[in-house]
Write a protein that binds this ligand. Sequence first.
Ligand code: SF4
Length: 383
Amino acid sequence: MRYIEEFRDGGVARKIADRIAAEVQPGRSYRLMEFCGGHTHAIARYGLRDLLPPNIEMIHGPGCPVCVLPIGRIDNAIALAQRPGMILCTYADTMRVPASKGLSLLKAKAAGADIRMLYSAADAVRIAQQHPDREVVFFAIGFETTTPPTALVIRQAEALGLANFSVFCNHVLTPAAISHILESPEVREYGTVPLDGFVGPAHVSTVIGSQPYEYFAEEYAKPVVIAGFEPLDVMQAILMLVRQLNEDRAEVENEFTRAVTREGNLKAKELVADVFELRRTFEWRGLGEVPYSALKIKPKYAAFDAEARYGIEYVSVPDHKACECGAILRGVKKPVDCKVFGTVCTPDNPIGSCMVSSEGACAAHYTYGRFKDTEAPATKDPQ
Ligand code: SF4
């Protein structure tokens, strides 16, 4: 298949690996964070770490939309779904994220709540049209990639005059999370992991472009290479980061030129700007409260804002005591550092959010790497 198979060629991957091995400087370490769960999944699935020299450390970032959703937001969604006559619609992975009191959306559905799994936000509008006598809420989650479709359905609902449709908006923003990882008060609690550079998001960057990362390169002197989700994309991005670090450069480079431009998708950005505005703060699982890191629906579309319509109040809820998702999402621990990894916590019985989606670091390690995890625990530098 064009644009897939040619980016999975093992022979080419080994050639890039040879180049990386030839160019890394002995005695120097290269600590690279792959921000996105898609990259984490590709690294685990294709065994890319086995191709890299030992002085390159790949550190998982928080770019898995399901993983960063805090328990309190799932609790809010369950409470909505349990209202009489309500239909709650959401994307499939969200269904299994653990919530309070041993619940999840899937368990709430089993107990009788009308919760529907969707592949597309547009399906939620269709369901609202089919059930004019019921209230329908779309539980919207995700990074900049899934935000434009949510904006579109709100505009569509307005155009259709749908009075029984609203959106519980939980969309979050990538650049704010990267800033937070690099510099935030919470590093005192978790420690911080020294980072030398970033493999930048693929799908997110198709929407926002490469320009927003220029700030990190300049302000924090960290190179960023935007990469696609195929194995050769990731290997090539690692080679580009090694070269930048060797040459003492900190720039934004774009490996994913087949889909990402500096400006991004202007139409999608205009659509998002019309419907959403910044929240002053938003809690991320693992990162805590992150200023200006999420979106809410603008007052002009308040009729479609479930938070306003149903008076949703957010209550922060701590993670399960045994769960290390918070530290994993910050890159300071790895899945194998969690005592319940692969024993009590598995993809069939997730205790934390990182074990739910295939993009979650724990799920990726469990599926592809748990039998040969010989990695050393991540370095922790107490502040
Ligand atoms: S193994 Fe499970 S409980 Fe442990 S950090 Fe991962 S998701 Fe959380």
